[in-house]
Design a protein around this ligand. Sequence first.
Ligand SMILES: NC(=O)c1ccc[n+]([C@@H]2O[C@H](COP(=O)([O-])OP(=O)(O)OC[C@H]3O[C@@H](n4cnc5c(N)ncnc54)[C@H](O)[C@@H]3O)[C@@H](O)[C@H]2O)c1
Length: 326
Amino acid sequence: MARPKVLATRPLFPAAQKILDGSCDVDYWTRPESISKEELLRRVADKEGLVCLLNDKVNEELLAAAPKLRIVANVAVGYDNIAVADCTKRGVAATNTPGVLDETTADFAWTLLMAVARRLGEGEALARSGKWTGWDLDQLVGADVWGKTLGLVGFGRIGRAVARRAYGFQMKVVYHDAARVPLDVERGFHAEYRELSALLAEADFVSLHVPLLPETRGLFNAKTFSQMKPTSFLINTARGPVVDEAALVQALENKKIAGAALDVYEKEPLINPGLKRPNVVLAPHIASASLETRTKMACMAAENVVALFKGRRPPNILNPEVLKTS
Ligand SMILES: NC(=O)c1ccc[n+]([C@@H]2O[C@H](COP(=O)([O-])OP(=O)(O)OC[C@H]3O[C@@H](n4cnc5c(N)ncnc54)[C@H](O)[C@@H]3O)[C@@H](O)[C@H]2O)c1
């Protein structure tokens, strides 16, 4: 029997390739640059499976160009790049990679939080510059992390993993989420629920962990920044468009907040030049980027594809209704 044809927009990792190559004929995009939209549409035309990254747009145009497509497997937990409803209409399964990146992403939210609080970027630049003249009493004094209040916006898998780490820093943890969790779960994480405005008024560090949805796009804007403490910091490892970047630049310029640490941006890979200031730590969307975790993500995507072609339910299917009709 013919093996299903699959397009992978990256070579993936050897362990994931082994899974995919075991049952599919895979066309890997191996050039150093990301696949262009035109090339993606051309190559996907005869494919039954697509393994894609979060910067590949899977929309009606792509689906129309790929009439044989049966599954789109994102190598990411966030899937705002995939029009899932359009996939469902065409009977195409969509999958993501939840759970395997929680701890690694939480580690990185903390990396950013501590870097911005303790002015690591500025310190590193000074240490490398040859201009450091020695220890001084008020040199690069930052803000304490321990004992402060951490505000989590989004208390799902990653938000909770971030909360767990705060205990060791003797921090108070408050969270806001569209759905309040049961009291015993709150107690387990030493976290208290707050309305968003109350959280913003109280938190010294506000860390974002919501998906990008119509309701969360621009959730952080001029109004929300004006509700934050002037000594507080924003940390964003969620998705860039959750923050109105122009409003963030204004808030930093007008000292409405003390600083920001960002992994994600509104128009990646472009970074608003107004964010390139000493009290902002900038990372190039690497929160889940440990070799172990990225390998697990790629393997999970590969397993979702193989499951569908073997007639099994893909473990991380986002639109299981397509399975009933197929
Ligand atoms: N920077 C990175 O590389 C990176 C890595 C992993 C995940 N992410 C992002 O982090 C997001 C969260 O991942 P997760 O696995 O924790 O997801 P999750 O689904 O477990 O948690 C998301 C939480 O946000 C809450 N939420 C949804 N809409 C909300 C709203 N309007 N207001 C308040 N809360 C709301 C949900 O109720 C849920 O508890 C992903 O969707 C992804 O976009 C980024």
